[in-house]
Design a protein around this ligand. Structure first.
Ligand SMILES: *[C@@H]1O[C@H](CO)[C@@H](O)[C@H](O)[C@H]1NC(C)=O
Ligand SMILES: *[C@@H]1O[C@H](CO)[C@@H](O)[C@H](O)[C@H]1NC(C)=O
Length: 444
């Protein structure tokens, strides 16, 4: 019985083999040159079809005992199909990878107080203190195609930042000689990392000099043979070209602990008891003196909060900071006389509280750009809804107009200001991200 079965199977296989061979030979004669020689070789060897049947997945050993000519071609076909499947799979994967945005990593090292404005106010990143004293603070956010991580605090020292990327943004202070020396040390440290090929993309966010004299950093810029690919620079510097030098906002005074202010409905709707405020230090011969003179002379001061100090206090007390914030929150207007530069923290701080900045729009001495919207061209270009004046003598007329405005008009103006300021920060966030995507990673 078993014998019979085996004979039948053998016959069947032989028949199949014969049919297959005939078809194959015919196919080869008509279609394939290369294949004919294979058939020829098989015939010459005189090997019979393997009764055990082909093992399609094992490559036959050429010339070996169980070498099976049919299996060989079936296998080739099979391999071909599999290869095609794998190719298709890979192509699909590549398509998916392309449509899933690739993420890039950038570290920001905040070695100047404006780093906190960049991180907390513009990028809206959170910060955790990894030790109780807040010597080392860090955070992470995603913006565009970039994963940003931020490190700041006195404990963030050279060689101790866990570098997991080759792309770094340094936030530095270049306002005065002592700060410049400190910033130079950081630039030299990063330069060594670049030379060691540990870091390949570098940007700097710089609190520039108020007179726009930043020549010290010029040799570090790539266009002068340095390694800094892009510079974000505070104040209306003539260097700004929107190619490798971009203007950056001064922001609020984070060094004085000015907080992130979350706008609320009351900030918009509640009527404010004061027309204007000016709390600050009075410098001799400054425009601030002129301003105080105007306020006193016309008895205009009675509707405004003023508390001019004769001396500058480097360390703001908790009380004076609270008093200052209250003044901003409770006045319709905040008076912003020029300092060494027209752009000052007070402008941004007023915006945060929905108090319209009255900005003295005059060119200050130094090397800053003139014309084309300067001074304050960054804010003006962004359509800042401020009141600009040339001389404080114009103030009485402005205050007179304020008195004539309805609460609804003022409310509408506050809403517009707060919306504008949120939009401005968003715009800066997008610009910062896009510039780095473009210059660091060539994606646009
Ligand atoms: C970016 O951040 C997300 C969320 O934290 C994370 O899942 C992802 O792995 C990060 N990508 C890179 C390249 O670091
Ligand atoms: C104030 O300005 C005047 C003229 O602008 C000048 O003569 C005077 O020396 C200045 N005083 C001080 C203290 O700077």
């Amino acid at each position: 019985m078993r014998l019979l079965l085996r004979r039948n199977v053998a016959l069947l296989l032989l028949a199949c083999g014969y049919v297959a061979f005939s078809l194959y030979a015919a196919y080869s004669v008509f279609f394939g040159r290369g294949l004919v020689s294979r058939v020829h070789r098989v015939v010459k060897k005189g090997a019979a079809p393997n009764p055990g049947g082909p093992e399609p997945r094992r490559p036959p050993a050429e010339g070996g005992e169980d070498w099976n000519p049919w299996a060989d071609d079936e296998l080739a076909a099979e391999i071909n199909v599999q290869q095609k499947r794998r190719d298709a799979f890979r192509e699909r994967q590549q398509l998916i990878d392309k449509s899933r945005p690739r993420r890039y990593k950038v570290q920001i090292w905040g070695k100047a107080a404006i780093g906190l404005y960049l991180w907390e106010h513009i990028l809206e990143g959170a910060l955790t203190a990894t030790d109780k004293t807040g010597q080392w603070r860090e955070g992470e956010i995603q913006s565009g195609k970039i994963n940003f991580s931020f490190y700041t605090g006195p404990a963030v020292v050279q060689g101790h930042v866990p570098l997991d990327t080759d792309s770094v943004v340094l936030v530095l202070n270049g306002r005065e000689q002592q700060k410049i020396s400190y910033s130079t040390q950081w630039l030299q440290y990063v330069q060594a990392l670049v030379q060691a090929h540990t870091v390949s993309h570098v940007a700097v966010v710089l609190l520039g000099s108020e007179r726009c004299t930043n020549d010290w950093i010029s040799p570090y810029l790539r266009r002068h043979g340095g390694f800094v690919d892009v510079l974000f620079l505070v104040y209306d510097s003539p260097w700004v070209n929107d190619k490798d030098v971009f203007q950056w906002p001064l922001g609020v005074a984070t060094y004085r602990q000015f907080p992130v202010v979350g706008p609320n409905a009351q900030m918009v709707t509640a009527a404010r008891p004061y027309l204007c405020n000016f709390l600050g230090t009075l410098y001799k011969n400054s425009s601030r003196e002129t301003l105080m003179g105007v306020l006193k002379r016309g008895d205009l001061g009675k509707d405004c909060v003023t508390n001019a100090r004769e001396k500058w206090l480097p360390q703001e007390t908790v009380d004076s900071l609270r008093q200052y914030q209250m003044a901003l929150a409770r006045s319709d207007l905040t008076l912003c006389p020029v300092g060494v530069n027209a752009e000052c923290y007070r402008i941004y701080e007023a915006c945060a509280y929905g108090s319209v900045p009255v900005v003295e729009d005059v060119q200050t001495h130094g090397g800053c750009a003139e014309g084309r919207g300067s001074p304050l061209r960054l804010l003006k270009d962004a359509g800042a809804p401020f009141i600009f004046l040339r001389r404080w003598a114009e103030l009485p007329a402005i205050l007179e107009r304020e008195r004539g405005m309805s609460p609804a008009q003022k409310e509408e103006r506050r809403r517009r200001l707060l919306e504008w300021y949120a939009g401005f920060r968003q715009q800066m966030k997008e610009r910062f991200t896009e510039v780095l995507e473009d210059i660091f990673f060539k994606i646009s």
